[in-house]
Design a protein around this ligand. Structure first.
Ligand code: MG
Length: 244
């Protein structure tokens, strides 16, 4: 009996080895998609295949207010919120993307909590990555800089002092909807704040809401990116995006 088992085992191992030997190394080579050559940006420069959303005043025309009119924000080398100038949005729509945004809260500190250097980067105009002066400024943790507002606390606080330029590098996967407009798959987001991972592929619970629980509602696969006017003069510069 023992011999029989030994022979059976040898046969199984043998056939496995045989199929491995039969396989050629070429059979596991994937030639289906050649990655395109891209020149990395480095030193604050966008990579070669990025869509520039704001680098200088000339890029203001890529943005509009919520009604499609020219924006009322200050447009110089950076874009600055004009309090009550309203949210601004890109004229182009985006879905899955890699987004780079640099932002600066006012060096002159005024207000506290949510009232200090508040703005926001809204993917698809719906999903907010919070911009806030979170340097020695405590607020609810799922509302501080780099939070997915009222949904996810950042892993760490990578904030630098007010008046300094900070970066967000965001990887966004848009939610998908079924034909009957029900949710198929939720959205996901990864955020690096000043180069530090603070949101690691977290699941979006729905569009950002100030009051109550978020809930998905059908929307187009691509929508404009928006920046929030929370009445604090926050600045943005060097905004670029890569569609995925
Ligand atoms: Mg905000």
């Amino acid at each position: 009996m023992r011999k029989l088992f030994a022979i059976a085992a040898l046969l199984i191992i043998g056939s496995d080895l045989f199929s491995q030997v039969q396989m050629k190394p070429e059979e596991t080579e994937d030639w289906s998609r050649k990655p395109e050559m891209v020149t990395p940006g480095g030193c604050n420069m966008p990579p070669s295949d990025a869509i520039i959303l704001y680098r200088s005043a000339g890029d203001a025309e890529k943005w509009s207010d919520s009604k499609g009119n020219p924006i009322k924000w200050k447009t110089e080398d950076s874009l600055t919120v004009t309090p009550r100038g309203g949210v601004i949005q890109t004229r182009q729509s985006f879905g899955d993307c890699q987004l780079h945004v640099e932002w600066r809260t006012p060096s002159e500190v005024s207000g506290s909590g949510q009232g200090r250097g508040n703005s926001g980067v809204f993917l698809m105009g719906l999903y907010e990555v919070q911009v806030l002066d979170s340097w020695e400024n405590e607020t609810y943790y799922n509302g501080q800089a780099g939070s997915i507002y009222k949904q996810h606390i950042p892993l760490v606080n990578a904030s630098t002092p007010p008046g300094t330029w900070q970066t967000f590098d965001i990887v966004f996967t848009a939610p998908r909807f079924n034909e009957d407009k029900s949710l198929k798959t939720p959205g996901y987001i990864t955020v690096f704040h000043n180069g530090v991972l603070i949101q690691n592929h977290v699941e979006l619970k729905g569009p950002t809401v100030f009051i109550g629980k978020p809930e998905y509602k059908y929307h187009e696969p691509k929508l404009p990116l928006t920046l929030q006017d929370h009445t604090n003069p926050v600045s943005f510069r060097n905004i670029w995006i890569r569609e995925l």
